[in-house]
Every structure is written in structure tokens, then in C-alpha cells.
Design a binder for this molecule. Structure first.
Ligand SMILES: Cc1cc2nc3c(=O)[nH]c(=O)nc-3n(C[C@H](O)[C@H](O)[C@H](O)COP(=O)(O)OP(=O)(O)OC[C@H]3O[C@@H](n4cnc5c(N)ncnc54)[C@H](O)[C@@H]3O)c2cc1C
Length: 447
């Protein structure tokens, strides 16, 4: 059984059905194809990268999802005063893809429904395990409670996982949640002409303003879905901006180029409480050789690296590969799975927090621009041996823990170069190339 019919649970069900398993998916919400309340007023754009695509390919749904996806070739940074800078994701036109969460889930539900081995049970909320951890309790839409014996359970019920919560009082179980200072609200970016895109739809758009960050992705309505990240307290915060006049002031002073593009901002900003963000880790991820946590139920992270979903999809790739390698012996595979996977998820959770600093605080500083120039030069000189962590994470499937280690080394090269007083001039001179090679070579990605 899979508990949680979100993207990770559904892809896991598809992968297991591919192997001949009969899978029941228990989902607390109504069928998303018949309900608009899937994301509680949020549209949430999700970026898919190679790890995510791999799982979707194995599950047999890649083509269907690609039809919904917008390829993004890089980031456009909107500086104060209206100037923009474009940073390509890679020298060869590499792109990530963005999809709207609700459309994506609908496609997965359609695919699951077409499989004879999958049964979808909507409006079945898991209440957790019984105290002896042998049975699972559910309530259905009719409020009837059922209890089902635990045989094999994949817990994919998200950041507030009821299954994970059942283990809190179990000896040896450890869980921690770090809430981010930042909360978020969604705002739509709409141009004056509905037939024209208000911004380049081939790029992710960012407005970094120290502690405040606005990110926008294209959507199917030729608009953009913006997400405004802001602290809860402080001079520029959700508490400080508590009425429309203050929101107008924030936009005029901070996002002047968005004043015209956000005609619904009052309704959207004040339409509900800001949503929280955080990272959750826990251990162990498997119990009694029968239950495994995957996706946000096992590890939730801040969204700034765009990897929460991709990491969750890679969990199910690892889990099913481990099962296959161990001849579908679930007991052995559930022992091996956390050892293989958890260090990677710990690393990507840390990388996501580090990436946030780059996006919000540094993207607009002259140091950041210099850092990007140095990185671009190093990529030119060592195309197969120097890469930003973001690019390696997004365009390869190198283990996250390895990316984290190498990122620390590469950071040292860039910091060393930034200390040179005239590095901006030196970068353009061919005579500097040999020196750069000598400095950088020991710290590059292994071939
Ligand atoms: C603002 C924002 C932007 C993001 N952007 C990106 C991005 O660009 N790229 C990326 O990779 N990730 C991104 N993420 C992270 C991504 O959304 C999550 O990592 C991903 O949705 C996790 O998938 P999941 O299936 O594990 O959990 P969820 O998507 O949370 O799905 C869990 C499912 O379980 C169901 N459920 C919950 N409780 C129960 C219960 N008790 N009983 C039965 N069913 C239950 C839920 O209804 C839901 O359908 C973003 C997150 C946020 C908040």
C-alpha cells in the first residue's frame, strides 16, 4: 500500500505496478480531476530536473508530463531600477522544466487509473498506526474508520506525514524540523494583453532584494505564477505589510517593475495567512522491515534549489532499484535503502539552504556578479571539470553528497580568486590562463 497520492506516492505506485505488484493508494484529498481544492489556493510551480525525469521515464509517464512542461534556459535577475541580467544554466543550452503541481498530479492520477494493478482510494485519510504499530487507521469521506493490517507500506504522505508521526514515541526515533524565517504568498503576474507573455517564458525570473525574494515561473495561461518570500517579522515582513497601502509602498519601492504586472496583488497577498517553509529530517526511515518513508515524509527541504520533488522521485528510484537488486526481498531492501539514500538527502537539504543565501542575499551584489564571472571563466576553461552545484544537481544524477563535498572545494577556488585585487581584469587576459589552471586543477571535479 502507498499512503499519500501526491507526486512521489503516485510515481512509486506506477513503478511497483510495472513490476507486477498490486498497489492501493490511499489519499486524503478528493480526486484532483474533480476538485479545485488540491493545493488550497496555491498553484505551486515545480521544476523538474534529470533525477525527476528519470523516475517519470521509468514509470512510463515522461511524455505526458513533458507536454505540460515549460523549458527554462536560465535565470533572469531583475535588479532594482529595472535592469536585468540573464544567467544561462549551462553553456550548451541546458534547461530545467517547470510544471504546475495540480496539472502534474492530474496526469499522474490519470496514468495510475489506467493501470489494472493500481487502486486509487481518494478521501481516505490515514490517522496513523495503532500503538502496537501493526495496523493502520484510516477515515473515509463518510467518516467511517477502518483499520488495516500493515503488510508493506510506502509512506508518501508529505511533510506532515501521519505515518512518521506514529513513530515519535518509539525508542530510537529521531525527528527535527527547522522552520525558515521566510514565509510565502503567491501572486499572479499578468500582462496588459492576454495573448502576450508579460516576461520571457523561457526563463525563471528572480527579484532578489536582500531579505525579500520574488520568483516567477510561466504557466499555461500565458501568465506567470509569482511567489513572494518574506520574513514574518522585521521592517520588510508579512507583519509590517499589514494593509494595502503598505503593500503598494513595498511594490513601488522594491518591485517597481511589477506594480503594473500584479493587478490582483491585494486580493492574493491578503487572501490568507502566509505559508510556512522548513526542513524536516528524521531517522530511521524504515520500520519492522515493512514500512518505508519516501519524499517529503522522509525529508522536507526549503524550495530554493527546486529539488524537493526531484529528491523524492529519486528516493523511489533508489528504493525500487534496491528491491530489484535484492531480488524483491523487502526485508533486506528496507535495511539497505536508508543507508544508500539518507546521506544524499541530508546533503541536498543543506545545499538548498545554502542556495537560498545565493539567491536572496547575494544575487544583486557586485561580489555576486564577479563570482558568476569567475565561475563562467572556470567553466570555459574546464568544461567537464568545473560546474556550479546547481548545474551538477540539476543536469546530472551525481549523488547529492558528492556534489556537496565538491561544492565546498570549488567554493575555495572561487574565494581564492576573488581575493586577487585585479581579478576582474585578469580574467580577460589569456596570459592569466596558465596561472588559473595551476590554481584550480587540484580542486576540480574528478574526471
Ligand atoms: C513553494 C514551493 C515551491 C516548490 N518548488 C519546488 C520545485 O521547483 N522543485 C522541486 O523539486 N520541489 C519543489 N518543492 C517541493 C515539492 O513540492 C515537494 O518536495 C513535493 O511535493 C513532495 O512530494 P510528496 O509526494 O513527497 O509530498 P506531497 O506533495 O506533500 O504529497 C503528499 C500527499 O499525501 C497526501 N496526504 C497527506 N497526509 C495524508 C494522510 N494523513 N492520509 C492520506 N494522504 C495524505 C496529501 O494530500 C498529498 O496528496 C516546492 C515546495 C514549495 C512549498
Amino acid at each position: 500500500m502507498v499512503v499519500g497520492g501526491g507526486p512521489v506516492g503516485l510515481v512509486c505506485a506506477l513503478l511497483l505496478e510495472n513490476q507486477g505488484y498490486r498497489v492501493r493508494v490511499y489519499e486524503s484529498r478528493p480526486d484532483p480531476r474533480r476538485s479545485a481544492a488540491l493545493t488550497f489556493g496555491r498553484s505551486i510551480s515545480l521544476t523538474l530536473t534529470s533525477r525527476g525525469w528519470r523516475a517519470l521515464r521509468s514509470a512510463g509517464v515522461e511524455d505526458h508530463v513533458r507536454r505540460l512542461a515549460f523549458p527554462l534556459r536560465g535565470r533572469t535577475i531583475h535588479l532594482e531600477g529595472g535592469r536585468t541580467q540573464f544567467h544561462a544554466y549551462g553553456p550548451n543550452g541546458e534547461s530545467i522544466e517547470s510544471v504546475m503541481r495540480d496539472e502534474f498530479v492530474r496526469v499522474l492520477v490519470d496514468a495510475a487509473e489506467r493501470r489494472t494493478g493500481i487502486e486509487l482510494l481518494f478521501e481516505h485519510r490515514c490517522l496513523g498506526l495503532t500503538p502496537d504499530l501493526e495496523r493502520i487507521r484510516f477515515t473515509s469521506a463518510a467518516q467511517t474508520e477502518t483499520t488495516i493490517s500493515v503488510e508493506r507500506v510506502i509512506a508518501a504522505d508529505g511533510i506532515n506525514s501521519a505515518i512518521r508521526r506514529s513513530f515519535i514515541d518509539t525508542e530510537g526515533f529521531d525527528q527535527s524540523t527547522r522552520y525558515s524565517r521566510h514565509f510565502y504568498r503567491e501572486l499572479s503576474l499578468v500582462g496588459p494583453n492576454p495573448d502576450e507573455w508579460p516576461l520571457d517564458p523561457g526563463s525563471l525570473h528572480l527579484w532578489p532584494r536582500e531579505d525579500v525574494l520574488l520568483v516567477a515561473f510561466p504557466n499555461q495561461q500565458r501568465r506567470f505564477t509569482g511567489t513572494l518570500f518574506m520574513p514574518m517579522d522585521g521592517p520588510r515582513s508579512f507583519h509590517a505589510v499589514h494593509r494595502p497601502a503598505l503593500l503598494q509602498q513595498l511594490f513601488e519601492n522594491t518591485f517597481s517593475d511589477l506594480v503594473e504586472l500584479t493587478p490582483r496583488r491585494n486580493a492574493e497577498f491578503f487572501g490568507g495567512a502566509p505559508w510556512a517553509l522548513g526542513s524536516t529530517t528524521c531517522s530511521p526511515w524504515t520500520f519492522r522491515e515493512k514500512i518505508a518513508l519516501v519524499g517529503d515524509a522522509a525529508h522536507a527541504m526549503v524550495p530554493f534549489l527546486g529539488q524537493g520533488l526531484n529528491a523524492g522521485l529519486e528516493d523511489v528510484t533508489t528504493l525500487t532499484n534496491t528491491l530489484e537488486e535484492l531480488d524483491w526481498n523487502w526485508a533486506e531492501a528496507l535495511h539497505a535503502y536508508p543507508d544508500r539514500r539518507k546521506p544524499d538527502c541530508d546533503a541536498v537539504t543543506a545545499l538548498a539552504e545554502e542556495h537560498y543565501r545565493e539567491l536572496a542575499q547575494e544575487s544583486r551584489s557586485p561580489e555576486f556578479v564577479l563570482k558568476k564571472r569567475i565561475e563562467a571563466r572556470l567553466i570555459e576553461l574546464f568544461p567537464d571539470r568545473f560546474s556550479t552545484p546547481y548545474a551538477v544537481i540539476s543536469f546530472t544524477e551525481r549523488p547529492y553528497r558528492e556534489v556537496h563535498e565538491v561544492a565546498k572545494l570549488q567554493e575555495r577556488i572561487v574565494s581564492r580568486l576573488m581575493e586577487l585585487p585585479d581579478v576582474a581584469d585578469l580574467l580577460g587576459r589569456s596570459s592569466f590562463e596558465e596561472e588559473l589552471r595551476a590554481m584550480a586543477t587540484p580542486l576540480l571535479w574528478p574526471r
